[in-house]
Design a protein around this ligand. Structure first.
Ligand code: NDP
Length: 296
C-alpha cells in the first residue's frame, strides 16, 4: 500500500485527492484553510495533517496542487515545511500548473535532500478530475515517474513523459495559451456576428461543422456563454497565470510570438477588471462590454 500526502484541496485538487482516498492508499491531506481538509478527512476517513511536514511524514509520494509554483516553493522550508517531513528516496509530485524556472529550482532544492521531483500539471478540467480521466504531463526522470505510477493512474488516464523537469509546465502553459486565444478570438468573432444580425446559436452551429471549430466553440460557448451560466470551474486568474508562463517560455526560447504576447496582455487586463474569483470564460464579458453586445 502506498502512503500518500495530498496538499492543496482546491477546485481540481479535491476531486483528484478523492481518487486516493481508497483502500489502495494510506492518505493524509493538508490545506491552508484547515476546514476544507478537516471536512475532506471526515468524509473520506483519511488523516487530516496539521502542517505540510506532518502530512509528508511517512509518505512515499507527496502530491501538491497549488495555484502557482511560488506557493509550492514557499511550503518547502522551515520546521512545518515539506522537507522537514520528507525522507530520502521519496517523491514530490507537483500537479500545479507551474512555471519551468521555479520547478527547476524546487528540483535542485529537493535533490540536496535526496528527494525526487516531477512537475506534473494536469488537463481535463474539474469534470475530468471527478471521473479520473485527467491527462498528466510529466517533466523529470522516467524512473521516478515509473515509481509513482500507481498514484498517477489513480487520477490520470493519459500519462505522458514530456522531457526534463519544467517541460510538463511548459507544455501545459502552451496548451492553455491556445485555449485563451480560442476564447478571445471566438468572443470577437461572435460579437461581430451578433451585431451583424446573425443568431449566435446559428453561427456556432455552422462554425462547429466547419474548419474554425474548437473546444471553445463546441463546448464552452454553447454551454456557458449562450446560456449566460458562466459556471466557476477554472479561475480567470489561473488562465492569466498560464498565458503569462507561455509568453515567458516563448521569450526565453527566442520565438517571435506577437499573438501569444498580446493574448497574455489581454488576459492580464481581463483578470484586473473581473477580479480573483471570475471564471476563465468570463473573459468573454470584457469583449462583450467593449463591443456593446451580449452573445446570447
Ligand atoms: P484553486 O484556486 O481552486 O485552489 C487553490 C488551492 O491552493 C487551494 O487549496 C488553496 O487553499 C491553496 N492555496 C492558495 N494559495 C495558497 C498559499 N499561499 N499557501 C497555501 N495554499 C494556498 O485552484 P485550482 O484547484 O483550480 O487549481 C490548482 C492548480 O491546478 C493551478 O495551478 C491550476 O492552474 C491547475 N489546473 C486547474 C484546473 C481547473 O479546472 N480548476 C484545470 C487544470 C489545471 P485555500 O483553500 O486555503 O484557499
Amino acid at each position: 500500500m502506498t502512503t500518500v500526502a495530498f496538499l492543496g484541496l482546491g477546485a481540481i485538487g479535491t476531486p483528484m485527492a478523492r481518487h486516493l482516498a481508497t483502500p489502495d492508499f494510506t492518505l493524509a491531506v493538508w490545506n491552508r484553510t484547515a476546514k476544507k481538509a478537516a471536512d475532506f478527512a471526515a468524509t473520506h476517513h483519511v488523516r487530516h495533517a496539521a502542517t505540510p511536514a506532518d502530512a509528508a511524514r511517512g509518505a512515499s509520494v507527496v502530491v501538491t496542487c497549488f495555484p502557482t509554483s511560488r506557493e509550492v516553493a514557499a511550503l518547502l522550508d522551515g520546521p512545518d515545511g515539506l522537507i522537514a517531513g520528507m525522507t530520502k528516496g521519496t517523491t514530490l509530485l507537483d500537479c500545479t500548473s507551474g512555471d519551468p524556472a521555479t520547478s527547476r529550482q524546487i528540483e535542485a532544492r529537493l535533490a540536496e535532500h535526496g528527494i525526487g521531483y516531477l512537475d506534473a500539471p494536469v488537463s481535463g478540467g474539474v469534470a475530468g478530475a471527478e471521473i479520473g480521466t485527467l491527462t498528466v504531463m510529466i517533466g523529470g526522470s522516467e524512473a521516478v515517474m515509473a515509481s509513482v505510477m500507481p498514484v498517477l493512474e489513480a487520477f490520470g488516464e493519459k500519462i505522458v513523459h514530456c522531457g526534463p523537469v519544467g517541460s510538463g509546465g511548459a507544455l501545459k502553459a502552451v496548451n492553455n495559451a491556445l485555449l485563451a486565444v480560442h476564447i478571445w478570438s471566438t468572443a470577437e468573432g461572435m460579437a461581430a456576428l451578433a451585431k451583424a444580425g446573425v443568431n449566435p446559436a446559428v453561427a456556432l452551429d455552422v462554425i462547429n461543422a466547419s474548419s474554425g471549430r474548437s473546444n471553445t466553440t463546441q463546448n464552452l460557448f454553447p454551454a456557458r456563454v449562450l446560456t449566460r451560466a458562466f459556471p466557476r470551474t477554472f479561475r480567470l486568474a489561473l488562465l492569466d497565470k498560464d498565458v503569462g508562463i507561455a509568453a515567458q517560455v516563448m521569450r526565453e526560447q527566442k520565438v517571435p510570438s506577437p499573438l501569444i504576447q498580446l493574448t497574455a496582455e489581454l488576459f492580464a487586463a481581463a483578470h484586473r477588471e473581473l477580479g480573483e474569483e471570475a471564471d476563465h470564460v468570463e473573459a468573454v464579458k470584457v469583449v462583450e462590454r467593449q463591443a456593446g453586445v451580449e452573445i446570447k
